[in-house]
Design a protein around this ligand. Sequence first.
Ligand SMILES: Cc1cc2nc3c(=O)[nH]c(=O)nc-3n(C[C@H](O)[C@H](O)[C@H](O)COP(=O)(O)OP(=O)(O)OC[C@H]3O[C@@H](n4cnc5c(N)ncnc54)[C@H](O)[C@@H]3O)c2cc1C
Length: 384
Amino acid sequence: MDHRLSSDYEDLRKSVEAFARDVVAPVAAEHYEAHTFPYDVVRRMGEMGLFGLPFPEEFGGMGGDYFALCLALEELARVDSSVAITLEAAVSLGAMPIYRFGTDEQKATWLPRLTSGEMLAGFGLTEPGGGTDAGAARTTAVLDGDEWVINGTKSFITNSGTQITGFVTVLAVTGRDDAGRPELSTIIVPSGTPGFTVSEPYSKVGWNSSDTHELGFVDCRVPASNLLGERGRGYAQFLQILDEGRIAIAALSVGLAQGCVDESVRYLHERHAFGKPLEAYQSLDFMVADMEVRAHTARVAYYDAGSRMLAGEPFKKQAAIAKLHASDAAVENARWATQIFGGYGFMNEYAVARFWRDCKVLEIGEGTNEVQRMLIARELGLGR
Ligand SMILES: Cc1cc2nc3c(=O)[nH]c(=O)nc-3n(C[C@H](O)[C@H](O)[C@H](O)COP(=O)(O)OP(=O)(O)OC[C@H]3O[C@@H](n4cnc5c(N)ncnc54)[C@H](O)[C@@H]3O)c2cc1C
């Protein structure tokens, strides 16, 4: 058993680390303050092949795997979680459902532009009435001749309203069985379809330069062929996508947790108090040591889940553990990093202030941490 990276993975990690340092970090605060989407950074990420990491070359991908994506997410989140979540949502939530469940025609239509980063896609599961209880979706899609007619609202959808968003996959009730249970299916709704509206961006606590909107569907008609995968399998599809996505969110969380360590170490060397550098104070050094332990153990947890996934083994429990542990580590590390920075830690121009604002959502997105505990408990045979 070995959790050290192969030379291919290490080369990728290093090249994304350099990209994050040289291209992402210099403009991160500016975009964050202005709440602007970093189109230029996204374009350059596309040129690097990051959007195509886990996809085969025949679809314009890099022929890598999901773990490679996770390594890239970790490195990006060390400096900017908004850029990291843009990539995560684009690949794991946007392109992956098309790759996993799409017809040959859907793959040929959408994947080359998604894997190049030319186009982004959204993942429409959450609704105003609730995200955790996804099976209670109220959005409906009724087949009328050879068209689906969609009505409903989706909340908090990432990458759904950029200038390069091509479509959103929407989970909708497409029927009911004799007992009244909903049949859930997934339907591709291209941007600009009449009846599909994208609201103004949310005013968020963090992830300021990531794109998030509420989406409305009023008698929105798309061809019947826009059904993604089998009718009635929508819920299962979304759960599969979210299982994988948890490893990606864990990687992103580790990046933020490690970014807190990076910034804190630098600051302890630079800043002086009572005639000594802060690093002379062991209580502060111990804070950073504890932060490093959290980042390291969370990394091991996502490497473990990722290696099981790549080996084709069950990984649901390990992914939930990794997501839970890593997001908690991110929140805890951001708390201590801002403390180490003192008053400067409360100033938005410092990266640790961004980390503080960006960390909380990691305990909420892609299944709240209560959901992760439910999954872990269920895997232990509890609460079925
Ligand atoms: C910035 C951002 C981006 C997002 N991007 C997307 C996206 O691209 N696509 C998408 O579909 N969604 C997206 N989401 C939505 C996100 O996945 C949901 O917010 C999350 O799943 C929680 O759903 P909810 O907000 O409706 O909370 P609720 O489901 O209403 O939950 C409220 C609280 O109750 C708890 N809870 C609920 N049920 C139980 C239970 N049975 N047992 C114990 N506790 C329970 C939850 O853990 C939570 O603490 C995004 C959210 C944010 C903030």
